[in-house]
Design a protein around this ligand. Structure first.
Ligand code: NDP
Length: 329
């Protein structure tokens, strides 16, 4: 029986989900293959351009919509509170669905309102001005953390989505500790999920433990460190690949599993969900076998290989430098 975790909404999220970022044109077939193989959790986002493919893939699979957990995400150009519901509706239209199981704020960064997904000003991301928040927040934000308060406004608009039934749960992605604390303190609904980059080379134990205490489920994205050339080399792990990490290979031998499956099991063993992406049928199937528990001894061995390598460090490109305290230190 595939593992599922309970969210603070009472709903269940499958521990192994299917990622759909990149290889856009291959996602419809990949999603259909994934559902056929047994995945019941598909992760997409407005900015991936894969919502339509996900909707088609789900339909093609013949599995009822209600049996599948669908996550999509609000993109940075739709953070104005007045844009949030229509942004979700656009996603639903492409998915050809009435609701998503989870709607996430993709990045805690408000970009210029409009249809341009990557608005630029002088070569940099065009940020939305602070006047999108109310007067009290505006005055306060001039002296402290304007973006966080802006995010609280966006998030408050997301809270209203729950009443529409178009999103069954809401959450965030790519937030740092201070942003999470503000969301917990200033908003009514505790995020159900925080989706962050997490894998054996970026373990984030203190931060994920904080989430556990606050009842926020953690989902690992890029559980293999992405492996896409434009992101993974970038002066971080060089040419090394997480799926070739000797410690994971060695641990995998005992369980007759691959290093990739051990990387997934490392997340599942902590009560987190993981989102492997693959367009390759054999890998799509084999990644599901990452759904098992590692022994405390093997978890301790993996704790030794935390290199703190982040593959999706978009601080420059996203116009913010917020990764410094992600580990809660
Ligand atoms: P992953 O860490 O899942 O790595 C994907 C890469 O690994 C692909 O190149 C894939 O190749 C390869 N791969 C898959 N399975 C195996 C295997 N068993 N052995 C060896 N290589 C393998 O990358 P992503 O960055 O895509 O992360 C997964 C998902 O997380 C995304 O698709 C997206 O849904 C989500 N995400 C969310 C983000 C956010 O900001 N919230 C940011 C990044 C990702 P191939 O496809 O050729 O088989």
């Amino acid at each position: 029986m595939p593992t599922r975790w309970k969210l603070n909404t009472g709903a269940e999220i499958p521990a192994i989900g299917f990622g759909t970022w990149q290889d856009q044109s291959e996602q419809e077939a990949a999603v259909a293959e994934a559902i056929k193989a047994g995945y019941r959790h598909i992760d997409t986002a407005r900015v991936y351009g894969t919502e339509e493919a996900v909707g088609n893939g789900v339909k093609k699979s013949g599995i009822p919509r209600n049996d599948i957990f669908i996550t999509t995400k609000l993109w940075n150009n739709k953070h104005h509170p007045d844009d949030v519901e229509s942004a979700l509706q656009q996603s639903l239209n492409d998915l050809k669905m009435d609701y998503v199981d989870l709607y996430l704020m993709h990045w805690p960064v408000a970009w210029k309102r409009g249809e341009d997904l990557f608005p630029k000003e002088n070569g940099k991301p065009a940020m939305e001005s602070i006047d999108i928040v109310d007067v009290w927040c505006h005055l306060r934000s001039r002296v402290m953390m304007p973006r966080v308060l802006t995010k609280a406004q966006t998030y408050k608009a997301m809270e209203k989505l729950l009443k529409t039934g178009k999103a069954k749960a809401i959450g965030v992605s790519n937030c740092d500790q201070s942003e999470m604390m503000r969301l917990v303190n200033e908003c009514t609904i505790v995020p159900a999920v925080h989706q962050i980059e997490c894998h054996p080379w970026l373990q984030q134990h203190d931060f994920t433990e904080w989430h556990r205490k606050h009842g926020i489920h953690v989902t690992h994205y890029s559980p293999f460190g992405n492996l896409n050339t434009i992101y993974s080399a970038k002066g971080k792990g060089g040419t090394e690949k997480l799926v070739e990490e000797p410690v994971l290979i060695e641990i995998g031998r005992q369980y007759e599993r691959t290093a990739a499956q051990v990387a997934l099991a490392w997340g599942v063993s902590q009560g987190h969900s993981v989102l492997p992406k693959s367009k390759t049928p054999a890998r799509i199937r084999s990644n599901l076998d990452g759904d098992f528990k590692l022994s405390p001894e093997d978890m301790a061995k993996i704790a030794q290989i935390n290199r703190k390598i982040r593959f999706n460090d978009s601080s420059g490109e996203f116009g913010r430098d917020f990764f410094v305290d992600l580990e809660g230190k």
